[in-house]
Design a protein around this ligand. Sequence first.
Ligand code: NGS
Length: 361
Amino acid sequence: MIKQNDNLKYEVFVTDQVSLCRRLFTSPRFYVVFLVVQVAIIALVISMWDSDSYSTGQMVVITDRQMQEVLFNGTEQHFYFTGYLWDTTNTTDGAHISKCPIISPYLVGYRKPVINERIVWEEVLEKYKAVRCDSHFQPSNCKARQKVALIVPFRDRYAHLEVFLRHIHPFLMRQQLDYGIYVIDLDDKIKFNRGLLLNVGFIEASKEYDYDCYIFHDVDLLPENDKNLYRCSDQPRHMSVAVDKFAYKLPYAAIFGGVSAMTKDQILFVNGFSNKFSGWGGEDDDMFNRLKHHNMTVMRSMDDVSMYKMLKHKQSDPNPQRFKLIKTGMKRVKEDGVKNLQYKIMKKTEFPLYTYIKITF
Ligand code: NGS
């Protein structure tokens, strides 16, 4: 009796469910809701796909697409980014010289680097209204919006240095920057150490001039588009996003090598680069971890702007210890960096186009 009663209840339940489903599927309201939900899901997927942001662990990497778009496609009233970089007021300084325009009139956009281009320096200075002042170059007719030090770690690649200088000077002059170039070399007896040389460059350039921005730049990378602005932002920037060697694609999301830009505060905040990476590789990955460890965000430009040609060279010997060092890196952040760095200057020469510094311990 009890059993029969249960069966009856079950049958009533099933019948209810079937009629509910039937009513649902025949109701036009159901299809409208179904359609709206589908459209919302598709829109969400597209927006995530198209997004400029992606996450690597806790760290968000965003492009400065917005910055570039406003700079080159926007109108004047939209220039309300972070104060000092983007203000449009043509104020005058003590020397009564007005600020350079936000967009330099000399920019040409994409231009394939010409390796053996001959240059008459006087003509270049005249064309872009630039002058040399102590160890740096600056526009002669306006006040640059940022003072930028290019720090180039160096070992015995004079052929590359020559090509690099011929390319980078006119490039930086077209951006109307106040800039100095520091080529930092290491005693030949000591294994090459990119991170350590970048730290030395930062310290030495800071002694010479009140730079706003430090660009760590490999000598074999030539920027192809002068809309790739050599300026710092309120977060560290990785600039060599699209290199021809990697088919103009970012090789991996956490890369911070090649060309990167940081302000003095950003560098000091993370204690600069590690000094422990002797030989090739890993010091930039360690820097990425330092930025992540300090909850900073890496900015990247659009890859059609941040295109680079890499000059051909023999691959250096990788440091077999690099992965172990990266793994243990965050334990050493406080005592391994610019703060503890000790070195002696073996040679310092101010050449017309760059300052050369060779160090030892
Ligand atoms: C990674 C290196 C980075 C280097 C990057 C690109 O493998 O230091 O390649 O190098 N990391 C490690 O080895 C752990 S490149 O081909 O541009 O010279 O920056």
